[in-house]
Ligand binder design. Structure first.
Ligand code: SF4
Ligand code: SF4
Length: 433
């Protein structure tokens, strides 16, 4: 087979590190590796032949006739139209017991009615044929304010999954305030094993951002509840939303989590996220948003401190690059966000309806027009993305920004890949070629 170097190789000559953004292989290379990469079709010793095979399986070398962009395009299109998984994010309510100052939600104060819940079950039923996994995310408002509904819907959804012989997988995004012993037990009965909770800084900072409607504090209650979940073996991810006004408090937050959770901290998945400059944030100064470059620097700084405190660094964004098939579920055909009134959307930040649970998807000209930008979105058509070395680990950034803001939101890898690879290699102890 005639070979060539992959267009997605990233070489750090000083550190002798090679990374391939299509496979995410990271190795420390030697002189032979360099020689083979320059002349992959030369005849080689037995030992170097073996090395060339490894370079091929890690994606550093590819067949000369392979168009990697076309291969990536096929992977993207396949994933977009893949019907193995039906992913539904269900908002049983948009009521919330918090009044976070950066909340982007346009709350109409609706609990899902029983008619809507029944129609939702029928909608899911009619989309389950041939599906291997039904993936449910409970979201809100605050979903635990509608725990009874989660319970009854979960019962119906298990039955559906069973009838269609598909796996059932459930996850909840909650502010964590209402996680009592009894609600935790109900989550378990609802087969919800994974929980995401946000903490936005140390006690003082968090309580100034994520508070109850009349200003009541939430930090200590959430911290206690988060520990209770970890003790009961739930997969807990703690999301820390960053902007310019809470950066100073993150080391204190990490100290507190480390002290309070003790050895349980090793089971916690910590993650950082960027608060995005979305126009309908009404109570908040969008100048507080970090740029992606600033965010990258913060992740680097805070992850270094996480290591010192012996937290696990998850093998996930924003710490590790991972190969992506689509940027997010919004552009996949079989992924829906169900609002409490039964309308169906594509994305957490965009409530343009693409249908409803009563009449289905794209049932009229408006919903058809709202759906098509998501299905037509393809980052591989963009000239800058096409030539970008991190395309396979970014895939064009947030589609909502591209479609509705006409801007690119390049992922942090665009700015800090080299820096991150050095850090990752150091964390992992390295693998030599
Ligand atoms: S959005 Fe930016 S980082 Fe992502 S692939 Fe396109 S150019 Fe590269
Ligand atoms: S399009 Fe952007 S904002 Fe919407 S779900 Fe995807 S990543 Fe989130």
């Amino acid at each position: 087979m005639h070979l060539k170097p992959s267009r997605f190789n990233v070489l750090l000559d000083d550190d002798r590190l090679a990374f391939n953004s299509l496979t995410c292989a990271l190795v420390q290379f030697n002189h032979s590796f360099q020689k083979i990469l320059l002349n992959p079709n030369d005849s080689l010793s037995v030992h170097d032949n073996l090395l060339r095979d490894q370079m091929l399986s890690c994606g550093f070398l590819v067949p000369s006739d392979l168009n990697e962009l076309s291969a990536l395009r096929s992977r993207y299109l396949q994933s977009q139209s893949n019907h193995d998984t039906l992913a539904v994010t269900i908002m049983p309510t948009d009521y919330c017991n918090f009044n976070c100052f950066y909340c982007f939600q346009d709350k109409k104060s609706i609990h899902m009615s029983s008619d809507t819940a029944n129609a939702l079950v029928n909608f899911i039923d009619s989309n389950l044929s041939g599906v291997k996994t039904l993936k449910v995310t409970w979201f809100g408002g605050e979903p635990l304010l509608a725990l009874n509904l989660i319970q009854s819907l979960s019962d119906s959804l298990f039955q559906l999954a069973k009838r269609h012989s598909c796996d059932y997988d459930a996850f909840i995004i909650t502010n964590g305030y209402l996680l009592t012993d009894s609600s935790i037990q109900i989550l378990r009965q609802c087969q919800i094993q994974a929980v995401q909770i946000s903490l936005d800084g140390d006690e003082r900072t968090h309580d100034s951002r994520r508070f109850l409607p009349h200003g009541g504090h939430s930090f200590n209650v959430i911290l206690r509840n988060l520990k209770a979940l970890l003790e009961k073996d739930f997969n807990v991810s703690c999301r820390i939303n960053l902007d310019r006004s809470n950066l100073h408090s993150i080391p204190n937050l990490l100290d507190t989590l480390s002290r309070f959770l003790g050895s349980l901290k090793r089971k916690l998945t910590l993650s950082f996220d960027l608060i995005l400059p979305i126009a309908h944030l009404n109570k908040w100064d969008s100048n507080l948003c970090l740029t992606m470059e600033e965010f990258s620097y913060c992740v680097f700084k805070f992850s270094t401190y996480m290591i010192e405190l012996e937290f696990n660094i998850p093998d996930l964004y924003p710490f590790y690059p991972t190969p992506k098939n689509t940027f997010c579920a919004a552009v996949r055909q079989n992924s829906f966000l169900i609002c409490p009134d039964g309308s169906i959307g594509k994305c957490f930040d965009c409530y343009q309806s693409i249908g409803d649970v009563f009449r289905g998807i794209a049932h009229d000209s408006t919903t058809k027009a709202n759906l098509s930008p998501w299905l037509d979105f393809n980052p591989l058509d963009d000239p800058e993305c096409k030539n970008c070395s991190v395309l396979p680990i970014c895939l064009g950034g947030c589609p909502f920004f591209r479609i509705f803001r006409h801007k690119k939101l390049c992922l942090k890898w665009k700015f800090d890949l080299i820096h991150s690879l050095r850090q990752i290699f150091h964390w992992k102890g390295g693998a030599s070629s």
